[in-house]
Design a protein around this ligand. Structure first.
Ligand code: HEC
Ligand code: HEC
Ligand code: HEC
Ligand code: HEC
Ligand code: HEC
Ligand code: HEC
Ligand code: HEC
Length: 303
């Protein structure tokens, strides 16, 4: 056997040999290997020829006969533990986790990368780096470049900014910053930056919602896509996520804001019977400091 070992059996430096003793064994053969993972050694399985019929193909252990059915190499564990199937990244080769779609792509010496679902459009380059993957983006077309062999490149905070306590910079797009800042001039609700509880004041962050191609907000807020809507009970009136500061009146008149159980003092009369009347014409910020500390203690009254 293997007088002139060649082809797939010899890929990645394999030196196939045949041991005729007993039922006859095939050794160090690429075909019956773990596929030689990046940055790891090849692991070869021994296949027997005589009585070997029906010992691999069609058996429950078929997919773990050469490589593991759920490979633990490089970033496989991190993805498989989140429920992603082989077909998310090897769509051309595997139909499911236990069936092959196209045998011509399997055991051909090429680890075919072909993406499906949210991962569609992902490119992977020779250095094992994924580019233009929606999964590793901020959800709005800004992509990170995780490396398959370097775990830290896929960590929390690498796809989009989160919060310092989660590892990474504080997310600052739209009005995110104003809701988390605790600086001396912070006037927002000072949500925690230590864990994802702060995110959940607005987002529904279940594992089914994360990286599902939709930016998920808590349904009870009343937020409408594209920046507008209410965010009750904190903003009982319409606010816009992307146009900066909201008015004092949006929380202190009409439908009142309630934050951590405290209701905003009602200033609905200011415009008709208070300092806001046309005779006096003084807006809230004539006497109150716009950027002074507010909710959670502190006072906005100008010195
Ligand atoms: C005879 C050995 C063997 C068996 C059995 C086997 N594989 Fe593979 N598989 C390989 C090798 C070797 C590779 C490495 C890449 C290559 O050469 O195509 C591989 C690669 C893969 C890949 C990566 C994509 C690709 O194109 O390389 C997937 C997915 C895969 N196998 C799924 C399965 C599934 C599902 C089963 C069970 C139905 C299975 N394998 C059974 C040997 C095997
Ligand atoms: C998140 C994407 C992703 C998923 C999901 C995934 N793989 Fe892979 N797989 C890769 C990448 C990336 C490589 C490395 C390709 C290379 O080295 O060229 C790889 C390589 C492989 C290899 C070659 C040997 C190795 O360990 O690197 C095998 C075999 C393999 N995958 C099988 C599977 C099987 C079976 C499943 C499902 C149980 C699966 N993969 C799920 C991305 C994935
Ligand atoms: C005060 C409410 C609020 C809080 C708190 C909040 N978000 Fe958001 N987030 C939004 C809104 C509103 C959008 C834009 C939704 C839209 O219009 O599609 C958004 C969008 C996003 C996006 C999409 C990309 C972007 O920058 O627009 C990501 C990612 C995100 N948030 C992550 C987080 C993380 C991580 C946290 C916690 C550290 C967090 N958010 C806390 C309201 C919030
Ligand atoms: C692999 C890349 C990746 C990593 C790592 C990641 N995210 Fe995300 N995240 C996304 C994408 C993509 C979105 C865009 C919305 C979507 O598709 O669900 C998102 C959206 C969000 C949102 C908005 C709510 C939603 O699901 O729509 C929050 C909150 C969030 N991520 C928090 C976190 C936290 C907390 C961590 C770390 C524990 C984290 N993310 C790590 C990719 C990632
Ligand atoms: C926990 C309560 C709370 C939640 C939830 C909340 N906000 Fe706020 N938001 C505040 C407070 C407090 C301020 C600071 C108001 C002020 O004093 O100007 C603020 C400020 C803002 C600002 C102005 C930002 C700036 O730069 O000054 C916008 C825009 C805004 N919120 C939109 C939203 C939207 C949209 C949602 C829902 C997706 C939301 N908020 C959810 C409490 C909240
Ligand atoms: C997001 C809703 C919201 C906005 C916008 C808002 N407030 Fe308030 N405000 C509240 C809530 C709720 C309270 C009651 C909680 C408390 O006392 O800490 C409050 C309390 C106050 C107080 C009494 C406590 C203190 O901090 O002195 C003053 C004064 C005040 N707001 C002034 C203003 C002025 C002036 C503006 C505009 C520059 C403004 N608020 C904008 C929700 C808001
Ligand atoms: C002419 C100056 C002036 C204007 C204009 C003004 N305020 Fe005040 N406001 C004050 C003073 C002074 C106090 C403190 C009263 C006290 O200590 O009893 C105060 C107190 C408050 C309080 C806390 C007291 C309470 O009612 O619980 C809130 C809330 C408040 N103002 C909101 C507003 C809002 C909202 C506007 C705009 C619609 C506004 N103010 C316009 C001077 C003003």
């Amino acid at each position: 056997m293997f007088r002139t070992p060649s082809g797939t059996a010899t890929y990645y430096g394999a030196t196939p040999s045949y041991d005729p003793t007993g039922s006859g064994s095939c050794l160090t053969n690429y075909c019956h290997s773990n596929g030689v993972p990046s940055s790891a050694l090849p692991v070869y399985k021994t296949a027997s020829w005589a009585f070997g019929k029906n010992s691999i193909v069609g058996t429950p252990g078929e997919c773990s006969a050469c490589h593991d059915a759920a490979p633990g190499t490089n970033a496989h564990t991190g993805h498989l533990s989140r429920g992603y199937s082989c077909a998310v990244c090897h769509a051309a080769t595997a139909a499911t986790n236990s069936s092959i779609k196209d045998a011509s792509k399997h055991v051909n010496g090429i680890k075919e990368m072909s993406f499906a679902g949210a991962a569609l459009g992902t490119e992977i380059d020779v250095s094992d780096t994924c580019t233009t993957s929606y999964c590793h983006s901020n959800g709005r077309g800004v992509y990170s470049s995780p490396n398959w062999t370097m775990k830290a490149t896929g960590a929390c905070g690498s796809c989009h900014a989160t919060a310092p306590g989660l590892g990474g910079a504080l997310i600052a797009s739209g009005a995110h910053f104003a809701h988390f800042s605790t600086s001396a001039a912070a006037y927002g609700p000072m949500l925690t930056t230590q864990n994802s509880t702060g995110c959940q004041a607005c987002h529904n962050l279940s594992s089914a919602n994360h990286v599902n191609q939709s930016i998920d907000l808590n349904g009870t807020l009343g937020y409408q896509r594209n920046g507008t809507g209410t965010c009750t009970p904190c903003h009982a009136a319409q606010v816009n996520w992307t146009t900066g500061a909201v008015t004092c009146e949006s929380c202190h008149t009409g439908a009142l804001s309630v934050i951590n159980g405290a209701t905003a003092p009602d200033k609905s009369l200011a415009a008709t019977a208070g300092h806001g009347t046309s005779a006096i014409g003084r807006g809230c910020t004539a006497c109150h400091e716009r950027n002074a500390r507010h909710i959670n203690g502190g006072s906005r009254l100008q010195p």
